[in-house]
Design a protein around this ligand. Structure first.
Ligand code: GAR
Length: 207
C-alpha cells in the first residue's frame, strides 16, 4: 500500500510510523510522501530522508484553499498514493481533496471521539474533569473529527495531571494505536462503505 503522511508540527507520530517501517513491522506499507502545510515544521527534517518525496506548502501561497488542495491532489496522484494518514495535520480537509479521497484518508485525534473534537481536546478533557480520555483513529469526512471511527485506545486522567503529563500519556497510546491501525489497513483488515467501517475479521475489530 502506497501511503502518504500529512503533518503540521513536531511529528513524533510520523517518526514512530517511519521507524516501524524501518524495523519491518509495516511490511505492506510504502511511505511515499510527506505532505506538510508549515514551512518550519520539525516533522519535515525528521521525515525527509525516509520518504520518497516531501511536499511542503502553506495554503497562504495559493489564492484559495481549493488551489492548495488541488496541488496536493496532483502530487498524490503522481505518486500513485493509495491512502493518506493524517498524523498531527491541523487543517480541515476540504471538498477539493475529499471528492477524490473520501474513504482513503484516516486521521489520528487525541481524544475518545465523539468527545472533544477540535484543536483543544486535551485541555477540554481536563476542563470537563472526565476520568477517561484517549485517542481515536477515524476515516475523514467533511466535519471536524466526525468521521467513522476505526479504532480507539483509552487513557486514564489522574487528579494530578497537567496538560503536559496528559499529553505525554496520550502520545504513548497513539504510538501504539496508529501503527497497529495502519498495519491492519495495509492488510485490507477494514474498509469504509456507506459511511460504516467494515472489518474483514474479528482481529480487525479489536485494533
Ligand atoms: C497528536 O497528538 C495528534 O493526535 C494530534 O496532534 C498531535 C501531533 O503530535 N492531532 C490533532 O489534534 C488533530 N486534530 P506529533 O506531531 O508529535 O505527532
Amino acid at each position: 500500500m502506497r501511503l502518504a503522511l500529512m503533518a503540521s508540527g513536531t511529528g513524533s507520530n510520523v517518526e514512530v510510523l517511519l521507524s516501524e517501517k524501518q524495523s519491518g513491522k509495516l511490511p505492506l506499507v510504502d511511505w511515499v510522501l510527506l505532505g506538510c502545510d508549515r514551512l518550519d515544521a520539525p516533522v519535515i527534517q525528521k521525515a525527509r530522508s525516509k520518504v520518497l518525496k516531501t511536499w511542503v506548502h502553506s495554503p497562504s501561497e495559493f489564492a484559495e484553499k481549493t488551489h492548495y488542495e488541488k496541488s496536493l491532489h496532483q502530487v498524490l496522484t503522481e505518486q500513485e498514493v493509495d491512502g493518506i494518514v493524517l498524523a498531527g495535520y491541523m487543517r480541515l480537509i476540504g471538498p477539493a481533496l475529499l471528492e477524490h479521497w473520501q474513504g482513503r484518508i484516516i486521521n489520528l485525534h487525541p481524544s475518545l471521539l465523539p468527545s472533544f473534537p477540535g484543536q483543544h481536546s486535551i485541555q477540554d478533557a481536563l476542563k470537563y474533569r472526565v476520568k477517561l480520555t484517549g485517542c481515536t483513529v477515524h476515516f475523514v469526512d467533511e466535519g471536524i473529527d466526525t468521521g467513522p471511527i476505526i479504532a480507539q485506545e483509552s487513557v486514564p486522567i489522574f487528579s494530578t495531571d497537567t496538560k503536559e503529563t496528559l499529553t505525554k500519556r496520550i502520545h504513548q497510546a497513539e504510538y501504539s494505536l496508529l501503527p497497529k491501525t495502519v498495519r491492519r489497513w495495509s492488510e485490507g483488515g477494514f474498509y469504509l462503505k456507506d459511511k460504516i467501517v467494515h472489518f474483514v475479521d474479528e482481529v480487525g475489530e479489536t485494533i
